[in-house]
Design a protein around this ligand. Structure first.
Ligand code: ADP
Length: 474
């Protein structure tokens, strides 16, 4: 017997599949950043929204289906069973992609179960059909539909996991693309399974009070209900993310305030102590000039440290309020760096360490004061985090770019932090033990960006780090 599909409902079913998939990818993201009770609520709410979404795609597609002159009814308890299966499959998927990095085994097991559940939902839905017709199956297409469900689940899990922490525009676009691919995969599974069936008329069946008639009104109600549920889930997910981000911002700021006050207090206490000693010294009959000079020198270096910290904070406020302006002129970068290296040399020698500088003819249009600041920060970090091993500063010149490389043989930076260290207040790994505000590299990156340059780090924990700064000559 010939069967038909209502094209409008088919299109709507595919759109709902895409919308539901996108929502699921978005939920996976929220779920992976929330903890404790919030996480449990997200898992339940998320699986319900996603399950209803997938189920609704399938049911709208069923309502799009018609047989000439035959009314199709659905058994309501069985329909609820198929929704339940869809929700369980979704909970499983969300659980996998929001947990720790899944192993290949977890992906395979997850996609097998999820694929089986999606196929299960579909075939329970078919089982719930009540009509005056018999169904005959093409087993090859049935297997094909189950295979599509498993493969699509595998792809969906991979995409969802890869994208779950990406909140940039790129992440948003990829989630959109992922949603479209997943949506078509779910729809593909459904329509392959529908193609596996053909129908012959029979004498009919006894209608029970549990059966509902498939009508356009029912389709409209399911569509509106689904859009509402998915919309609520998506809004909730975005609100949750904004709140989490805000809390994270507050935590970082509080941490910064406590570090900053501590960092300022240390040199201040030292100045106080040296001054007290100095007063005591001057009360003596014959002042030990050498001792007094040493105390003053100590105070001076503490004061310099404080000025440096306050400068960093002032720079931050300039940068965040967009008031950073470069004062560019034709400058000799080799000479600038040479001067910084020479001011640092005594500090290295004091620790029986060495710093070397390999230069080239590096003329270009820069803000000399800001370039000095970049170099000072990198050398100061190499000194601080370099385990008292030799540091090499190197310039590479070509026609269009000058590249500065500062290499130390210190503690190094684990791969997962190598981008993070350029963010505000970020202090990572073993480096946290050594004093600092976590602002230096953020400022350096802003200065490099202002010069339209690039900065990056290559590093291996325990072996050392190389910081690269590549600036255009003009
Ligand atoms: P600060 O040194 O004040 O903490 P920075 O922004 O200069 O702030 O550096 C951020 C973090 O990056 C440091 O806390 C440290 O963990 C790490 N880091 C920076 N430079 C190095 C380096 N040369 N070797 C190892 N870790 C480094």
């Amino acid at each position: 017997m010939h069967h038909d599909h209502n094209p409008l409902l088919v299109i709507l079913s595919v759109l709902i599949a895409i919308f539901a998939s996108y929502t699921s990818l978005d939920l996976a993201n929220s779920l992976s950043v929330s903890k404790g009770r919030a996480r449990a609520i997200w898992l339940i709410g998320g699986s319900m929204a996603m399950g209803v979404g997938i189920w609704s795609m399938h049911f709208i597609a069923m309502l799009a289906f018609s047989l000439p002159g035959i009314d199709i009814y659905y058994d309501v308890p069985l329909l609820f069973l198929s929704i339940l299966v869809a929700i369980i499959a979704s909970a499983l998927a969300l659980q996998i992609v929001s947990g720790k990095v899944p192993t290949t085994k977890a992906y395979v097991a997850g996609s097998l179960t999820m694929g089986a559940a999606i196929a299960g939902m579909h075939y329970i839905g078919i089982w719930s059909m009540r009509m005056a017709a018999n169904i005959h199956w093409n087993m090859t297409l049935v297997f094909a539909s189950i295979t599509i469900a498993i493969v699509a689940s595998f792809a969906a899990l991979m995409i969802a996991f890869k994208l779950r922490n990406d909140l940039t525009v790129k992440g948003f676009l990829f989630r959109g693309a992922g949603g479209i691919v997943m949506g078509f995969a779910i729809a593909g599974m459904h329509y392959t399974a529908m193609a596996a069936m053909h129908f012959t008329r029979n004498k009919g069946f006894i209608l029970s009070s549990q059966d509902v008639l498939a009508t356009d009104g029912l389709a409209a109600a399911v569509i509106i209900g689904t859009i509402l549920i998915l919309g609520i889930a998506l809004t909730g997910s975005n609100v949750e993310r904004t709140l989490t981000k805000k809390n994270e911002g507050i935590r970082l700021r509080d941490e910064f305030l406590s570090i900053a006050s501590h960092e300022l207090k240390t040199p201040l206490t030292s100045v106080k102590l040296q001054t007290e000693l100095l007063i005591r010294q001057f009360k003596k009959e014959n002042v030990d000039k050498e001792k007094a000079e040493g105390m003053l020198k100590n105070s001076l270096s503490s004061l310099n440290r404080m000025i440096h910290l306050i400068d960093e904070m002032l720079d931050i406020s300039r940068i965040t309020s967009g008031r950073l302006v470069l004062d560019k002129s034709n400058s000799d970068m080799g000479e600038l760096i040479h001067n910084v290296v020479e001011t640092y040399r005594p500090h290295f020698e004091e620790k029986k360490n060495i710093i070397t500088f390999e230069r080239c003819k590096a003329m270009g249009i820069f803000d000399p004061h800001r370039v000095e600041q970049i170099v000072t920060n990198l050398i100061s970090n190499a000194f601080k985090y370099g385990n008292d091993k030799p540091v090499v500063v190197k310039l590479k010149c070509d026609e269009n770019f000058i590249t500065l490389i500062v290499t130390d043989q210190g503690m190094g930076i684990p791969k997962q932090f190598q981008n993070k260290i350029f963010e505000r207040f970020e202090r990572v790994g073993e480096g946290k033990e050594i004093s600092g505000l976590g602002l230096g590299l953020f400022i350096v990156k802003q200065l490099v960006d202002a010069h339209r340059g690039k900065i990056w780090v290559e590093s291996e924990p325990g072996k050392g780090s190389s910081f690269f700064v590549k600036l255009p000559v003009s």
